[in-house]
Write a protein that binds this ligand. Structure first.
Ligand code: FAD
Length: 272
Protein backbone atom coordinates (compact mmCIF):
# COMPACT_ATOMS: atom_id res chain seq x y z
CA UNK A 1 0.00 0.00 0.00
CA UNK A 2 1.27 3.50 -0.78
CA UNK A 3 0.12 6.60 1.08
CA UNK A 4 -1.24 9.94 -0.09
CA UNK A 5 1.45 12.66 -0.33
CA UNK A 6 -0.76 15.35 1.28
CA UNK A 7 0.19 14.78 4.88
CA UNK A 8 2.67 16.22 7.35
CA UNK A 9 3.49 12.75 8.70
CA UNK A 10 6.81 11.46 7.41
CA UNK A 11 7.13 7.80 6.47
CA UNK A 12 10.17 5.94 7.74
CA UNK A 13 12.89 5.12 5.22
CA UNK A 14 16.22 3.46 5.94
CA UNK A 15 19.50 4.53 4.30
CA UNK A 16 20.62 1.33 2.52
CA UNK A 17 23.53 2.79 0.54
CA UNK A 18 25.61 5.94 0.78
CA UNK A 19 27.95 7.17 -1.98
CA UNK A 20 30.00 10.37 -1.61
CA UNK A 21 29.91 12.10 -5.02
CA UNK A 22 32.10 15.10 -4.24
CA UNK A 23 33.55 16.79 -1.13
CA UNK A 24 30.12 18.16 -0.19
CA UNK A 25 27.61 15.99 -2.11
CA UNK A 26 26.38 12.53 -1.14
CA UNK A 27 23.91 10.18 -2.83
CA UNK A 28 21.69 8.09 -0.56
CA UNK A 29 19.53 5.09 -1.47
CA UNK A 30 16.45 4.95 0.76
CA UNK A 31 14.15 1.94 1.23
CA UNK A 32 10.82 2.14 3.07
CA UNK A 33 10.53 0.43 6.45
CA UNK A 34 6.72 0.28 6.17
CA UNK A 35 4.31 1.95 3.76
CA UNK A 36 6.15 3.64 0.88
CA UNK A 37 5.30 7.04 -0.57
CA UNK A 38 3.44 7.11 -3.89
CA UNK A 39 5.42 6.63 -7.07
CA UNK A 40 7.28 9.71 -8.30
CA UNK A 41 7.99 11.31 -11.65
CA UNK A 42 11.30 12.88 -12.79
CA UNK A 43 11.54 16.46 -11.50
CA UNK A 44 9.36 15.88 -8.42
CA UNK A 45 10.74 16.23 -4.90
CA UNK A 46 10.15 14.81 -1.44
CA UNK A 47 10.48 16.42 1.99
CA UNK A 48 13.20 14.53 3.84
CA UNK A 49 13.32 14.71 7.62
CA UNK A 50 16.49 14.19 9.64
CA UNK A 51 14.95 13.31 13.00
CA UNK A 52 15.69 15.95 15.64
CA UNK A 53 17.23 18.33 13.11
CA UNK A 54 14.68 19.34 10.49
CA UNK A 55 13.11 18.73 7.11
CA UNK A 56 14.20 19.88 3.63
CA UNK A 57 12.95 19.53 0.05
CA UNK A 58 15.11 17.23 -2.10
CA UNK A 59 14.57 16.28 -5.73
CA UNK A 60 14.42 12.59 -6.50
CA UNK A 61 17.63 11.73 -8.35
CA UNK A 62 16.76 8.09 -9.04
CA UNK A 63 15.34 4.84 -7.71
CA UNK A 64 13.28 1.89 -8.85
CA UNK A 65 10.32 0.17 -7.24
CA UNK A 66 9.86 1.62 -3.77
CA UNK A 67 13.51 2.75 -3.53
CA UNK A 68 14.10 6.51 -3.59
CA UNK A 69 17.51 8.02 -4.35
CA UNK A 70 18.47 11.52 -3.25
CA UNK A 71 21.64 13.45 -4.07
CA UNK A 72 22.30 16.02 -1.40
CA UNK A 73 24.68 18.96 -1.12
CA UNK A 74 25.63 19.86 2.43
CA UNK A 75 24.88 23.58 2.86
CA UNK A 76 23.34 23.87 6.35
CA UNK A 77 22.16 21.98 9.42
CA UNK A 78 19.64 19.62 7.82
CA UNK A 79 21.47 18.80 4.60
CA UNK A 80 24.67 18.27 6.66
CA UNK A 81 22.84 15.79 8.91
CA UNK A 82 21.46 13.94 5.87
CA UNK A 83 24.86 13.88 4.14
CA UNK A 84 26.62 12.29 7.12
CA UNK A 85 23.80 9.78 7.82
CA UNK A 86 25.44 6.33 7.74
CA UNK A 87 23.83 3.22 6.24
CA UNK A 88 21.11 2.08 8.65
CA UNK A 89 19.96 5.61 9.59
CA UNK A 90 16.20 6.08 9.53
CA UNK A 91 14.98 9.27 7.83
CA UNK A 92 11.43 10.56 7.35
CA UNK A 93 10.07 11.03 3.83
CA UNK A 94 6.92 12.84 2.65
CA UNK A 95 5.75 13.29 -0.90
CA UNK A 96 6.35 13.09 -3.77
CA UNK A 97 5.33 16.69 -4.38
CA UNK A 98 4.92 19.15 -7.22
CA UNK A 99 5.06 19.00 -10.98
CA UNK A 100 7.96 17.25 -12.66
CA UNK A 101 9.40 17.62 -16.16
CA UNK A 102 6.98 17.42 -19.03
CA UNK A 103 8.63 15.24 -21.69
CA UNK A 104 7.20 15.56 -25.21
CA UNK A 105 6.57 12.48 -27.34
CA UNK A 106 9.22 13.38 -29.89
CA UNK A 107 11.55 16.12 -31.10
CA UNK A 108 14.98 17.38 -30.04
CA UNK A 109 15.88 17.84 -26.38
CA UNK A 110 18.35 20.13 -24.62
CA UNK A 111 18.95 19.44 -20.92
CA UNK A 112 21.09 21.83 -18.88
CA UNK A 113 22.22 21.06 -15.34
CA UNK A 114 24.36 23.38 -13.23
CA UNK A 115 25.95 21.95 -10.07
CA UNK A 116 23.46 20.06 -7.90
CA UNK A 117 20.88 20.92 -10.59
CA UNK A 118 21.93 17.77 -12.42
CA UNK A 119 20.23 15.68 -9.69
CA UNK A 120 16.60 16.24 -10.79
CA UNK A 121 17.64 15.86 -14.44
CA UNK A 122 19.19 12.43 -13.90
CA UNK A 123 15.86 10.52 -13.80
CA UNK A 124 14.79 12.45 -16.91
CA UNK A 125 17.99 11.33 -18.65
CA UNK A 126 17.12 7.74 -17.77
CA UNK A 127 13.56 8.12 -19.11
CA UNK A 128 14.94 9.60 -22.32
CA UNK A 129 17.40 6.67 -22.61
CA UNK A 130 14.52 4.20 -22.33
CA UNK A 131 12.65 6.00 -25.17
CA UNK A 132 15.70 7.20 -27.09
CA UNK A 133 14.37 6.05 -30.49
CA UNK A 134 11.54 8.60 -30.27
CA UNK A 135 13.80 11.64 -30.09
CA UNK A 136 16.13 13.36 -32.55
CA UNK A 137 19.13 15.26 -31.17
CA UNK A 138 19.47 14.96 -27.40
CA UNK A 139 22.08 17.23 -25.79
CA UNK A 140 22.93 17.31 -22.11
CA UNK A 141 24.98 20.31 -20.96
CA UNK A 142 26.64 19.90 -17.58
CA UNK A 143 28.32 22.74 -15.71
CA UNK A 144 30.17 22.73 -12.39
CA UNK A 145 32.51 25.01 -10.45
CA UNK A 146 35.52 22.67 -10.75
CA UNK A 147 36.15 19.15 -12.14
CA UNK A 148 35.92 17.85 -8.55
CA UNK A 149 32.36 19.21 -8.30
CA UNK A 150 31.03 17.26 -11.30
CA UNK A 151 28.26 14.80 -10.40
CA UNK A 152 27.54 11.32 -11.78
CA UNK A 153 30.73 11.31 -13.90
CA UNK A 154 30.77 7.49 -13.93
CA UNK A 155 27.45 7.56 -15.83
CA UNK A 156 28.42 9.91 -18.69
CA UNK A 157 29.82 7.09 -20.87
CA UNK A 158 26.60 5.08 -20.52
CA UNK A 159 24.54 8.16 -21.37
CA UNK A 160 26.73 8.81 -24.41
CA UNK A 161 26.47 5.16 -25.55
CA UNK A 162 22.68 5.52 -25.55
CA UNK A 163 22.94 8.42 -28.01
CA UNK A 164 22.87 11.41 -25.67
CA UNK A 165 25.53 14.04 -26.42
CA UNK A 166 27.00 14.95 -23.05
CA UNK A 167 28.91 18.27 -23.00
CA UNK A 168 30.80 19.19 -19.85
CA UNK A 169 32.29 22.51 -18.77
CA UNK A 170 33.80 23.80 -15.53
CA UNK A 171 34.29 27.34 -14.23
CA UNK A 172 37.84 26.62 -13.05
CA UNK A 173 40.07 23.83 -14.34
CA UNK A 174 42.27 21.71 -12.11
CA UNK A 175 45.73 20.52 -13.11
CA UNK A 176 44.39 17.29 -14.65
CA UNK A 177 41.47 18.79 -16.55
CA UNK A 178 41.72 18.73 -20.34
CA UNK A 179 38.05 19.52 -20.98
CA UNK A 180 36.23 22.79 -21.53
CA UNK A 181 36.50 25.78 -19.21
CA UNK A 182 33.94 28.58 -19.06
CA UNK A 183 30.26 29.10 -18.49
CA UNK A 184 27.60 26.66 -19.59
CA UNK A 185 26.12 29.21 -22.01
CA UNK A 186 29.24 28.92 -24.16
CA UNK A 187 28.38 25.23 -24.71
CA UNK A 188 24.92 26.26 -25.79
CA UNK A 189 26.30 28.70 -28.35
CA UNK A 190 27.97 25.78 -30.14
CA UNK A 191 24.78 23.70 -30.45
CA UNK A 192 22.83 23.67 -33.68
CA UNK A 193 19.22 24.11 -32.63
CA UNK A 194 16.03 23.51 -34.52
CA UNK A 195 13.70 25.82 -32.58
CA UNK A 196 10.59 24.30 -34.18
CA UNK A 197 11.09 20.92 -32.52
CA UNK A 198 13.29 21.55 -29.46
CA UNK A 199 12.22 21.30 -25.83
CA UNK A 200 14.62 22.41 -23.13
CA UNK A 201 14.91 21.49 -19.43
CA UNK A 202 16.96 23.69 -17.10
CA UNK A 203 17.99 23.20 -13.50
CA UNK A 204 20.65 25.13 -11.63
CA UNK A 205 21.29 28.54 -10.12
CA UNK A 206 18.53 30.99 -11.08
CA UNK A 207 20.97 33.29 -12.89
CA UNK A 208 22.13 30.34 -15.03
CA UNK A 209 18.55 29.38 -15.91
CA UNK A 210 17.69 32.98 -16.80
CA UNK A 211 20.69 33.40 -19.09
CA UNK A 212 20.15 30.04 -20.80
CA UNK A 213 16.41 30.59 -21.19
CA UNK A 214 17.01 34.00 -22.72
CA UNK A 215 19.61 32.54 -25.09
CA UNK A 216 17.16 29.82 -26.18
CA UNK A 217 14.25 32.21 -26.70
CA UNK A 218 16.55 34.58 -28.64
CA UNK A 219 17.30 31.62 -30.90
CA UNK A 220 13.64 31.00 -31.64
CA UNK A 221 12.28 28.70 -28.94
CA UNK A 222 9.08 29.95 -27.35
CA UNK A 223 9.11 30.45 -23.57
CA UNK A 224 6.67 27.54 -23.42
CA UNK A 225 9.31 25.23 -24.92
CA UNK A 226 11.69 25.96 -22.03
CA UNK A 227 11.10 24.30 -18.65
CA UNK A 228 12.84 25.50 -15.48
CA UNK A 229 12.97 23.99 -12.00
CA UNK A 230 12.40 26.66 -9.34
CA UNK A 231 13.72 26.68 -5.77
CA UNK A 232 12.23 28.43 -2.78
CA UNK A 233 12.25 27.67 0.94
CA UNK A 234 9.50 25.14 1.59
CA UNK A 235 7.68 23.80 4.60
CA UNK A 236 4.45 21.86 3.90
CA UNK A 237 5.17 20.66 0.33
CA UNK A 238 1.59 20.90 -0.91
CA UNK A 239 0.68 24.55 -1.17
CA UNK A 240 -1.02 25.36 2.13
CA UNK A 241 1.60 27.04 4.35
CA UNK A 242 2.73 29.79 1.95
CA UNK A 243 6.46 29.50 2.68
CA UNK A 244 7.40 29.06 -0.98
CA UNK A 245 5.08 31.71 -2.41
CA UNK A 246 6.62 33.23 -5.55
CA UNK A 247 4.27 35.87 -6.96
CA UNK A 248 1.07 33.97 -7.73
CA UNK A 249 2.77 30.56 -7.46
CA UNK A 250 3.22 28.18 -4.58
CA UNK A 251 6.42 26.63 -5.91
CA UNK A 252 5.89 23.33 -4.05
CA UNK A 253 2.45 22.85 -5.60
CA UNK A 254 2.63 24.78 -8.92
CA UNK A 255 6.33 23.96 -9.50
CA UNK A 256 9.05 23.16 -8.95
CA UNK A 257 9.06 22.63 -12.72
CA UNK A 258 7.26 25.31 -14.66
CA UNK A 259 7.63 26.72 -18.12
CA UNK A 260 9.66 29.84 -18.68
CA UNK A 261 6.56 31.69 -19.90
CA UNK A 262 5.30 31.47 -16.31
CA UNK A 263 8.68 31.97 -14.62
CA UNK A 264 10.10 34.78 -16.77
CA UNK A 265 8.02 37.69 -15.38
CA UNK A 266 8.70 36.49 -11.82
CA UNK A 267 12.43 36.05 -12.38
CA UNK A 268 12.56 39.59 -13.79
CA UNK A 269 11.47 41.05 -10.41
CA UNK A 270 14.54 41.61 -8.21
CA UNK A 271 14.46 39.89 -4.81
CA UNK A 272 10.97 38.42 -5.33
C1 FAD B 1 12.11 21.68 -4.95
C2 FAD B 1 13.49 21.66 -4.36
C3 FAD B 1 14.34 20.61 -4.65
C4 FAD B 1 15.62 20.58 -4.11
N1 FAD B 1 16.42 19.51 -4.42
C5 FAD B 1 17.64 19.44 -3.88
C6 FAD B 1 18.46 18.31 -4.15
O1 FAD B 1 18.09 17.38 -4.87
N2 FAD B 1 19.68 18.27 -3.56
C7 FAD B 1 20.13 19.28 -2.74
O2 FAD B 1 21.25 19.18 -2.23
N3 FAD B 1 19.38 20.36 -2.48
C8 FAD B 1 18.14 20.47 -3.01
N4 FAD B 1 17.36 21.54 -2.72
C9 FAD B 1 17.88 22.60 -1.81
C10 FAD B 1 17.75 22.15 -0.36
O3 FAD B 1 16.39 22.00 -0.04
C11 FAD B 1 18.38 23.22 0.56
O4 FAD B 1 19.78 23.20 0.36
C12 FAD B 1 18.06 22.92 2.01
O5 FAD B 1 16.71 23.26 2.27
C13 FAD B 1 18.98 23.70 2.95
O6 FAD B 1 18.62 23.38 4.28
P1 FAD B 1 19.70 23.34 5.44
O7 FAD B 1 18.99 23.28 6.75
O8 FAD B 1 20.71 22.28 5.18
O9 FAD B 1 20.44 24.72 5.30
P2 FAD B 1 19.92 26.17 5.70
O10 FAD B 1 20.63 26.57 6.94
O11 FAD B 1 18.43 26.24 5.67
O12 FAD B 1 20.47 26.97 4.46
C14 FAD B 1 21.84 27.04 4.14
C15 FAD B 1 22.01 27.98 2.96
O13 FAD B 1 21.27 27.51 1.82
C16 FAD B 1 20.29 28.47 1.43
N5 FAD B 1 19.03 27.76 1.11
C17 FAD B 1 18.24 27.09 1.96
N6 FAD B 1 17.19 26.56 1.31
C18 FAD B 1 17.33 26.91 0.03
C19 FAD B 1 16.57 26.67 -1.15
N7 FAD B 1 15.44 25.97 -1.15
N8 FAD B 1 17.02 27.17 -2.29
C20 FAD B 1 18.14 27.90 -2.33
N9 FAD B 1 18.90 28.16 -1.26
C21 FAD B 1 18.50 27.67 -0.11
C22 FAD B 1 20.10 29.37 2.64
O14 FAD B 1 19.69 30.68 2.26
C23 FAD B 1 21.49 29.39 3.23
O15 FAD B 1 22.33 30.25 2.54
C24 FAD B 1 16.07 21.63 -3.26
C25 FAD B 1 15.22 22.69 -2.97
C26 FAD B 1 13.95 22.72 -3.51
C27 FAD B 1 13.04 23.87 -3.19
Amino acid sequence: MTTTPYTMTPLRYRVVARRPDTADVVTLDLDPLGSPVQSWAPGQFTMVYAFGVGEVPLSVSGGEGHRIVHTVRSVGAVTAAICVAPVGTVLGVRGPFGHGWSLPDRGDLVLVGGGIGLAPLRPLVRTVMARRHRFGEVDLLVGARTPDDLLFTDEYDRWRESGISVHVIVDRAGRHWSGQVGVVTSLLDRLRLDPEITTSFLCGPEIMMRVIARNLTDRGLTAGQVQVSLERNMRCGYGVCGHCQYGPLMVCRDGPVTDYATAEPLMAVREL
